[in-house]
Design a protein around this ligand. Structure first.
Ligand code: BES
Ligand code: ZN
Length: 873
């Protein structure tokens, strides 16, 4: 165990920066093996006393410090440790500090600050990477004007980019050259970016709503240009959408996107120089799946939308992270809904929320949307801050209505432009624009945990009244007890026996622990549709019968609740079956369930069938989702029962499934429309179902589909089905795939991923081969994720094998990565965090692994925080 306790930072300790910065000039002299950074900063005193100037700096070699030209001496004029440079308060109110540091991007495997990826120099400064470049007040409320000069070898680094406008270029000695960039808009240092390398680009322009032309560029390695056109279209669509939906126009003349292969996250919104993981830019049908295309579109939009929600208006401190991330996720979700399908988008967003965020909210790392303390901020880029944060914005949209919400965001942009603000500032704009009192609503930002919402309904035929009693409760979470009732907006409808809505859809405002809502003049017993569109992130339980659920599956006008009703029904059946199996009892799959699955399947033959929605309706809750509704979870047992049920459904509906598969088989040229993608989704869903059921045709159909595939969606679905088996077709297809795609990194990630997530009995041997493969490396996060996250998150039955071998495999990787890339190591702990939810034997093994990690020498703050909190709870 670490004996030195890392520092915890608290929201309550916030203080204004003691010094502000008028402007900063950064000079980068890049050589192979070392980069010299000269930062010249104009500081201004921002307080009355004589507080020291405290500058953050890590992994830096300090060469020199000068104030107003005078060289300072260490220990005499300033103090230095491995994280902080302290200067006593200078006598003058304004002063110029010149700091020279040396850094080594070539050796930087942490991938924050300045590092090299495949020969390209690039930066990642959010949240606290700027301090790995120079000494600075590395906090988002210090906003300033940046000018940047980059000098490097002209041959190896022909392209030199930074934020803002290019103002000078020129030659330097020894075959070197330079560029100078000026950003006319003040920004915090986390939005600084630099790129230097040998890149090519595709270019386009966008005419903004006021008629300004913006140059758009996407920069990639030579040979990747052809894979950028979809991202460019997504960028233009995003720019247009932000103008139409939020009145937000792009504010500079140039917008660059650079794609790099080694990146800790998905993408980063640096001012006018977004840096992306190649996985979220490069997309063409031969190597990217339909899902990849949708992700590229969403992430391009997300980062672009940050230009207003994050960059022009930024966070006062990192506790406010959801101010920009929750809001921007909400915006990208709405955009994706507009581009594709609102109902499907909502289902997928809620599915992600439940699968990832609900467990976080009920586990050892539960924290509010606005956390009030952290050890390592990088651990707080969580599904709670992002996805629940988006839900919190969505509820405000629901409470205000579309028009008033727009007035409120207009006010926000006007009132806080070029400021660093808090979540209170945002909500105040919502209040001021609407006249609503959102003080109780604000608890959504400060109370952790997912509220439990229970609904009890009653119909009185005599008085023709329908009533619904809603009760809310919020369990304790680490550090938080005795929580207050929240303001929960419950979208609600009543459906008559003929399937028609009996009332106009309404919002029930639940504000107390318990409230009853009554509806008069209801002539017949209705079926209530509760929490339409999942209008609040709660765990709803109701007294609806299975008959009611089957009724809603067909009749609800709300697409989300049609899906939801089917899922709840399936969950009930699955849970009964698992209970029976745990007690060694027989279980017969109810005929009603088999029949209702058959009716869903029949919809596939309707000409106006929405195949994307249907695919989701047909998908049974998976092991992860089922596990959330159980205690002492045994994922292997859940997997077995689930497979049995699927096998029976496939037996009962074999003919329909065969026909659906054949009717929806891809044929002819590849089309990338929503309809075409939905059709492929249905086709590949059925193939997967047959695979799970070990249907006699599964292997041959999959191999035929693999061989015929002209796109990655069909190819990967087929390969994935084959990878569940021990057939010769599996090895043939894997070998063919390797041969075909061995030079394409992103396609190779899928080759690793599909094997690591396969439910084969030989999985541990497969994994051992994968991590000793020549193409495996611990220094590229995508490759690491393609094995370890795929195994830990997508393969629960095998990861949780009773032997504990899966836990050990992941643990070894975490310990190894702790020394290479702490951010990635700490994220890999996720599947171990909820150890208390599993069966006692598994708990014991998972806890032992967490302890083994905790005892690792030189444990990073990142991993320490997650592991120690997981063990403590
Ligand atoms: N600002 C983040 C990128 C980031 C995250 C930097 C964490 C440093 C630490 C960016 O806007 C972001 O949120 N990216 C997401 C994708 C997005 C679509 C949710 C990501 O990288 O996963
Ligand atoms: Zn973001």
């Amino acid at each position: 165990m670490r004996t030195d306790m890392p520092q915890t930072f608290y929201l309550k300790d916030y203080q204004n920066p003691p010094f502000t910065v008028d402007q900063i000039h950064l000079d980068f002299d890049i050589f192979d093996g070392k980069t010299i950074v000269t930062a010249t900063t104009a500081y201004k005193k921002n307080h009355d006393g004589d507080l020291p100037l405290i500058l953050n700096g890590e992994h830096l070699d300090l060469i020199s410090v000068k104030i107003d030209g005078a060289l300072l001496t260490k220990d005499q004029d300033y103090q230095l440790d491995d994280k902080i440079l302290t200067l006593p308060c200078p006598a003058q109110d304004s002063f110029r500090l010149e700091i020279v540091t040396e850094i080594n991007p070539e050796k930087n495997t942490r991938l924050d600050g300045l590092y090299q990826s495949g020969g390209t120099y690039c930066t990642q400064c959010e949240a606290q990477g700027f301090r790995c470049i120079t000494y600075f007040q590395d906090r988002p409320d210090v906003m300033t004007y940046f000018t940047v000069r980059i000098t490097a070898d002209e041959k190896t680094c022909p392209v030199l980019l930074s934020n803002g406008n290019l103002t000078h270029t020129g030659k330097a000695a020894d075959g070197r050259h330079y560029t100078v960039w000026e950003d006319p808009i003040a920004k915090p240092c986390y939005l600084f970016a630099l790129v230097a390398g040998d890149l090519v680009h595709i270019a386009d322009t966008f005419k903004t709503m006021s008629g300004k032309n913006v140059d758009l560029r996407i920069c990639v390695r030579e040979g990747d240009q052809d894979q950028c056109h979809f991202a460019m279209k997504a960028l233009k669509d995003s720019m247009k959408w932000d103008e139409e939906k939020y009145g937000r126009e792009y504010d500079l003349d140039l917008f660059n996107i650079v794609a790099v292969s080694d990146f800790n996250m998905g993408a980063m919104e640096n001012k006018s120089l977004n840096i992306f993981n190649t996985a979220l830019v490069l997309a063409q049908p031969e190597t990217a799946t339909d899902r990849d295309f949708e992700r590229v579109e969403a992430v391009i939009a997300h980062e672009y939308f940050h230009n207003w929600t994050g960059n022009r208006i930024t966070c006062r401190d990192w506790f406010q992270l959801s101010l920009k991330e929750g809001l921007t996720v909400f915006r990208d979700q709405c955009f994706s809904g507009d581009m594709n399908s609102h109902a499907v988008q909502r289902i997928d967003d809620v599915d992600l929320l439940r699968r990832m965020q609900f467990p976080e909210d009920s586990g050892p790392l539960a924290h509010p949307v606005r956390p009030d303390n952290y050890i390592e901020i990088n651990n707080f880029y969580t599904v709670t801050v992002y996805e629940k944060g988006s839900e919190v914005i969505r509820m405000q949209h629901t409470l205000l209505g579309d028009e008033t919400f727009r007035k409120a965001t207009d006010l926000y942009f006007e009132r806080h432009d070029e400021q660093a603000v808090t979540c209170e500032d945002f909500v105040k704009c919502m209040e001021d624009a609407s006249g609503e009192d959102l003080s109780q609503f604000f608890l959504w930002y400060t109370q952790a945990g997912t509220p439990a919402l229970n609904a009890v309904t009653n119909y009185d035929a005599g008085t023709k009244t329908f009533s619904i009693t809603l009760r809310q409760s919020l369990a304790d979470t680490p550090g938080q007890t005795n929580k207050k009732p929240m303001h929960i907006p419950v979208r609600f409808g009543l459906i008559g026996p003929d399937g028609q809505d009996l009332i106009d859809e309404t919002i029930l405002h639940l504000k107390q622990a318990e409230q009853t809502f009554t509806f008069d003049n209801i002539d017949e017993k209705p079926v209530p549709s509760i929490l339409r569109g999942f209008s609040a992130p709660v765990k709803l339980s109701t007294d609806l019968s299975n008959d009611d659920l089957r009724f809603l599956m067909v009749n609800d006008t709300d697409g989300f609740n049609r899906w939801e009703s089917g899922q709840i029904y399936a969950l009930r059946v699955l849970n009964e079956a698992i209970d029976a199996s745990e007690k060694d009892q027989d279980f017969d799959l109810p005929q009603d369930f088999i029949d209702s699955y058959g009716s869903l399947l029949a919809q596939a033959f309707d000409t106006d069938c929405d195949k994307a929605l249907l695919t989701r309706a047909l998908s049974l809750p998976d092991i992860t989702v089922i596990g959330q509704h159980r205690s002492n979870v045994n994922p292997q047992a859940i997997d077995n029962v689930r497979r049995e049920i699927i096998t029976e459904l496939v037996e009962k509906h074999g003919d329909a499934l065969r026909k659906i598969y054949q009717d929806n088989r891809s044929a002819g040229a590849f089309i990338n429309s929503f309809e075409a993608r939905s059709k492929r989704a249905l086709q590949n869903f059925v193939l997967g179902l047959l695979g799970t059921a070990k249907h006699e045709n599964a292997v041959s159909w999959a191999k035929t589909q693999y061989d015929a595939a002209n796109n990655m969606t069909d190819r990967l679905a087929a390969l994935s089905a084959l990878c569940q088996t021990d057939s010769s077709e599996r090895s043939e297809a894997l070998a063919h795939y390797y041969d075909t795609f061995k030079t394409h990194q992103l396609a190779m990630d899928k080759w690793f991923n599909v094997q690591a997530s396969a439910g084969r009995d030989q999985i541990m041997d497969d994994l051992a081969l994968l991590i000793t493969h020549d193409d495996f490396t611990y220094t590229t996060p995508n490759r690491v994720r393609s094995v370890f996250s795929a195994f830990g998150m997508l393969n629960p039955a095998k990861f949780h094998d009773e032997s504990g071998a899966g836990y050990d495999f992941l643990t070894d990787a975490i310990i190894k990565l702790n020394g290479i890339n702490p951010q990635i190591a700490s994220r890999l702990v996720t599947p171990l965090r909820d150890w208390k939810r599993y069966s006692p034997d598994r708990q014991e093994k998972m806890r032992a692994c967490l302890e083994r990690i905790a005892e690792t020498p030189n444990l990073s703050d990142n991993v320490f925080e997650i592991v120690s909190k997981s063990l403590k709870a």
